[in-house]
Write a protein of this length. Structure first.
Length: 245
């Protein structure tokens, strides 16, 4: 089984961290390929960055017709619907995957993400996925995404403090880490706080493996139908649709 994990931002060091987290939970025989586009924002923090990340992300997926499944390694689930329209194999967003996992181990969970600018997008996804009654709150610890890679930033301590507040104020029974750059922190934070702390990268990989094992593919009967071939103009001329099968 071959799973391609796409980090939609262009920071290769973060892609390496994400790839390591994915390989740590993958089953024997599952090949994990972690990639990122060459063009786009170095981090995705809010609606504006997301728009510029999607073309490069889709290009990485288009270049890998051999993949059995894709994981989108941004908690915003950047371009998830477009990706499911483009490819026939399963595409799992780490945000949706983590929320599903949290709902299986707790009656109520909170999300701890990076910056407040990302909160509205994540709240939108919470309700889009049907978790409005299970997600107590989306919280921001005010740590920029790239600071997660800086040991001197105090990012881990600030995430931990926000988890403590979620336990006390939200009565959260589980925590969902709201950024792929937090993927390597879940186990330590779970042990520290005594409750499940869920990393979306790991959750998405295991769901992707399950979907491939069950022979599931993305339905093309409605909203995820393959795009109709048409010419694209200007800087997107090279993106004219090639149907992937």
């Amino acid at each position: 089984m071959h799973i391609t994990v796409v980090n939609p931002n262009t920071t290769a060091s973060m892609t390496a961290t994400i790839g390591a987290a994915a390989r740590a939970v993958a089953a024997p025989g599952t090949v994990i390929e972690a990639v990122n586009p060459a063009s786009g924002p170095v981090s995705i923090e809010g609606f504006y960055d997301e728009v510029f990340a999607i073309p490069g992300m889709l290009a990485e997926m288009r270049a890998r017709p051999h993949a059995d499944a894709f994981v989108i390694a941004c908690f915003d689930d950047t371009g998830l619907d477009a990706a499911r329209s483009l490819v026939p194999v399963p595409v799992v967003g780490i945000g949706e995957a983590a929320m599903h996992m949290a709902s299986l181990v707790a009656t109520k969970f909170s999300v701890v993400t990076t910056l407040a600018v990302s909160v509205p997008a994540l709240e939108h996804n919470v309700h889009k996925y049907g978790f409005g009654h299970r997600c107590a709150r989306v919280r921001a610890c005010e740590v920029p995404v790239l600071e997660l890679e800086n040991p001197a930033s105090g990012a881990t301590a600030r995430i931990s403090d926000e988890i403590a507040r979620a336990k006390a104020e939200d009565r959260a029974e589980a925590i969902v880490l709201g950024c792929a750059g937090m993927a390597d922190l879940a186990a330590a934070l779970s042990a520290e706080h005594g409750l499940p702390v869920i990393d979306g990268v790991a959750a998405a990989v295991k769901l992707a493996e399950a979907m491939v094992g069950l022979g599931l593919r993305t339905s093309k009967a409605g909203g995820y139908a393959s795009p109709r071939p048409k010419p694209f103009a200007g800087i997107f001329a090279h993106d004219a649709v090639t149907v992937m099968r």
